[in-house]
Design a binder for this molecule. Structure first.
Ligand code: FES
Length: 105
């Protein structure tokens, strides 16, 4: 399960996802508000920007330099919590992860 908190009012949506699925694709195919994924995961749009709750961010593989470069172009960038959801692959140990959609997507 992935817990999304949508913009603009942090409405909670819980979505069942499988091991190996891409977080951005899970959000887009389930219509999570505010996750667009315009570039299709090519790391060129940042419309998949999300905040990963602090208690989970340490369990993810670290962001690449390219991912950080693109995130830094966002006004809402938060070095502790910002990630591009298209760069996150869901794994069993991430079950229950809390994902907050970033405001400007
Ligand atoms: Fe474009 Fe993630 S979908 S950067």
């Amino acid at each position: 399960n992935v817990n999304f908190f949508e913009q603009p009012d942090e409405k909670h949506v819980s979505i069942q996802a499988s091991d190996g699925e891409n977080l951005m694709r899970v959000a887009v195919s389930n219509g999570v508000g505010g996750v667009v994924g315009e570039c299709g995961g090519e790391m060129s749009c940042a419309t998949c920007h999300v905040f990963v709750h602090e208690s989970w961010s340490g369990r993810l593989p670290p962001a690449s330099a390219d991912e950080i470069d693109l995130l830094e172009t966002s006004d809402a960038y938060d070095s502790e919590r910002s990630r591009l959801s298209c760069q996150i692959e869901l794994r069993e140990e991430l079950d229950g992860i809390d994902i907050y959609v970033a405001p400007e997507n």
